[in-house]
Write a protein that binds this ligand. Structure first.
Ligand code: CP
Length: 309
């Protein structure tokens, strides 16, 4: 079994061609042009952090596929009796699951799980590391609008430092050939991230540009991806003062953007910090589409991993 086809832990190892194959497959699922053959598989949700859209959309995807969904309520599990993550993994392994969907507060926890279980693993978000199915939802939301990734500039605004969505989404769009603008407080938009991507592929050099204000390239970009300020990952005594966060997009600011610009956000939104309530629910926002597409994306990914068993 190919490790990369057994698990989905991050975006790094997915080629552009393979991502296109996935996007085509997701489109077929969404149009109901494809019926799955996998049956009788057991899928376990193991969420050490809270979630609304990721967990529920995985549950719906599993149900749509006619598979068995088992939710381990971590807060009510033997974690409270001192059971370690390793022993929880081994216990689940003994019970026997075909697939474990893990959300965890520690970056890299999904790799630890994958190395210590016989099950396939999907990373549903680990610390500040990666959130690959969110990225595939974001890519698919643009793909189904018939946009050519190579022609697009995406402006990512806000907390890049702590955001697993940022790390995966940046890489996803770079792989597909888009240009990236990063905007936000310099403490949350570290330039060191360019080195990470250049170490993966030299062609990404010069495809990421940094800004501290709403300059012309940001205003002219095709998509804004606002990121949630990850308050829970800030140390106490953090430099960040939410009252002075000055990158919020509201109706007045929207008027300064190009007329076709569309607004994305992985959710949940800190309303009136990253985006105004009005913008979240405006016709420029594709946030609901990102959520809707998450179900089809997760259905495709589950099928891909379990078919390749
Ligand atoms: N985007 C995202 O991961 O949202 P949830 O935390 O609600 O799953």
């Amino acid at each position: 079994m190919n490790f990369l086809r057994k698990h989905l832990l991050d975006i790094d190892h997915l080629s552009k061609d393979y991502i296109y194959d996935l996007l085509d497959g997701i489109k077929q699922i969404k149009r109901k042009e494809y019926k799955s053959n996998i049956k009788g598989k057991d899928v376990c949700a193991l969420f050490y952090e809270d979630s609304t859209r990721t967990k529920l959309s995985f549950q719906k995807a599993v149900t749509n596929l006619g598979l068995n969904f088992h939710n381990l309520d971590v807060q009510k599990s033997s974690l409270s009796k001192g059971e370690t993550f390793y022993n929880t993994i081994k216990t689940i392994n003994s019970i026997g699951m075909d697939l474990i969907i893990l959300r965890h507060f520690s970056s890299g926890a999904c790799y630890f799980l994958a190395n210590n279980t016989a099950s396939s693993v999907i990373n549903a978000g680990d610390g500040s590391h990666a959130h690959p199915t969110q990225t595939l939802s974001d890519l698919f939301t643009i793909f189904e609008l018939d946009k050519k990734f190579e022609d697009l500039e995406i402006s990512i605004i806000g907390d890049v430092l702590y955001s697993r969505v940022a790390r995966s989404t940046l890489l996803g769009f770079l792989k597909m050939g888009s240009k990236i603008n990063i905007l936000g407080p310099k403490e949350l938009t570290p330039h060191v991230i360019t080195e990470i991507y250049e170490s993966l592929d030299k062609s990404y050099k010069n495809k990421i540009k940094f800004y501290e204000d709403f300059e012309k390239p940001i205003l002219d970009s095709n998509f804004i991806m606002a990121l949630r300020i990850q308050k829970e990952r800030f140390d106490s005594g953090s430099f960040m003062n939410f009252q002075t966060y000055k990158w919020k997009i509201d109706s007045d600011r929207l008027k300064t953007f190009n007329n076709d610009i569309l607004i994305m956000h992985p959710g949940p939104v800190n309303e009136e910090i990253e985006l105004s309530h009005e913008i979240v629910h405006s016709n420029r926002s594709v946030i609901s589409k990102q959520v809707e597409n998450g179900v089809h994306v997760r259905q495709k990914v589950i099928e891909e991993l379990l078919t390749n068993e």
